[in-house]
Design a protein. Sequence first.
Length: 232
Amino acid sequence: MPAPPTTLPAPVTLDRRDGPYGEIVLRQRGERLEIIANGCFLMDTSDGRSERLLIDAALAALPAPPDRNPLPSVLIGGLGVGFSLAHAAADPRWGRVVVVEREQAVIDWHREGPLSRISAAALADPRVEIVRADLVAYVRTATERYDALCLDIDNGPDWTVTEGNGNLYSADGLAACRARLEPGGVLAVWSARPSAAFGEALRNAGFTGVREEEIQVARGVPDVVHLGVRTA
């Protein structure tokens, strides 16, 4: 995702940490909070429509009625600025909300820092669980299945934050994601731009109903949610 417009106020660094995946920074620019990883602008708190779409599109794509018993579970890959988590926790149709986040700094910023203004209510919800783990490793090693995987750890399948994340969008990575889904479960992947190649990769990995939903944004290229369903 490109850097914010230069007409905004100069950024103020609130926290900077060096971790196992490199440098991660929380900045404030006016009213906006921004997360920067290894010098790459990831996201800010200026919008959130596409992050909420990630959750809503996955729920709508579930073949079973969303008011079923038990209620469906969702795994959110990447805590980010908290829009996806907050939106999922605000919806009573989700029975369980698990977030996998590899950066302790991001978790801290939500639990004790400025991002708590977005996620405080969600973190207090008994349906919500935060798992500190690398998502790429988690989907390969976990045994639990979910009704939906909503993944937002990169700027998209073609624009990863760290090199290892590319494995998530490979044939092996998509097979691992498929294994984490219940039959009829939905994989939803956020991207800062459309990717026809990733849509084809989803089909090759055995997902059905593959499609994209777009959100128009100021920079011109739409944010995209890629969707695919695991058949029985």
